[in-house]
Design a protein around this ligand. Structure first.
Ligand SMILES: N[C@@H](CCC(=O)N[C@@H](CS)C(=O)NCC(=O)O)C(=O)O
Length: 213
């Protein structure tokens, strides 16, 4: 399998399937596209049907959406239990993942992932604050119901979908209430996440629109 990703510092959609594969200890080859560069545009044309990352190549399959990739990995490796086991928990994990995939527009726009960056005195606008509160409510509910340590007890697609949120809260200095904060610390302390952050610090490209003051 080959996973095409963007800049590790900025590409939150790439992080999701990457961290899921790493957690499940599934071997894959990684191809990095430096987004918004001349070479990057050529690589997007060549490798990415929707001109976006991530894209998974597996034999003849070309899969171009982060959530579809995560679901495919869960289907392909059932022994890894990357979705919860009960039908109700699977349904809830899908709702949680889908809400991340299609929602939180203000949070995603105003708190773009930027692993290297630490912003002081960040003041979210009302829309972003509504998104922050909803994320915290949703994570806290899942953690209370499952009793942790991950959203549905063991590590699932839902945790991978929310991994960039922990990075965003760190970058913009947003502290969550205790249960969620402890979860974010677990996410950031994770060995695979540390590798992602380390690689991000060695990247030199700057994407101006993701450098929020
Ligand atoms: N819904 C898509 C979104 C992917 C997406 O927005 N990718 C961004 C990077 S994080 C991208 O490829 N941007 C490059 C561009 O738009 O030129 C998914 O979940 O895979």
């Amino acid at each position: 399998m080959r996973l095409v990703i963007g800049n590790k510092n900025y590409s939150s959609w790439s992080l999701r399937p990457w961290i899921l594969l790493k957690h499940a200890r599934i071997k894959f080859e990684e191809v990095r596209i430096p987004l918004f560069t001349h070479d990057g545009a050529r690589m997007l044309d060549e490798l990415c049907p929707a001109k976006q990352v991530p894209v998974l190549y597996d034999g003849r399959l070309v899969l171009w959406d982060s959530l579809a990739i995560c679901e495919y990995i869960a289907d392909k490796f059932p022994d890894k239990k990357l979705l919860p086991l009960s039908a109700t928990d699977r349904a809830r994990a899908r709702a949680v993942s889908a809400e991340m995939h299609s929602g939180f527009h203000a949070l995603r726009t105003n708190m773009p992932m930027n692993c290297r960056r630490r912003v002081e005195n960040f003041k979210p606008d009302l829309e972003t604050e509504i998104d922050i509160n909803r994320v915290v409510q949703l994570l806290e509910q899942a953690l209370m119901d499952s009793k942790g340590p991950w959203l549905f007890g063991h590590y699932t697609v839902a945790d991978a979908m929310y991994a960039p949120i922990a990075s965003r809260f760190l970058t913009y200095g947003v502290r969550a209430p205790n249960v969620t904060q402890a979860y974010f610390e677990r996410v950031l302390d994770d060995a695979a996440m540390k590798v992602w952050f380390e690689d991000a610090t060695h990247e030199t490209e700057i994407i101006e629109k993701a450098e929020v003051d």
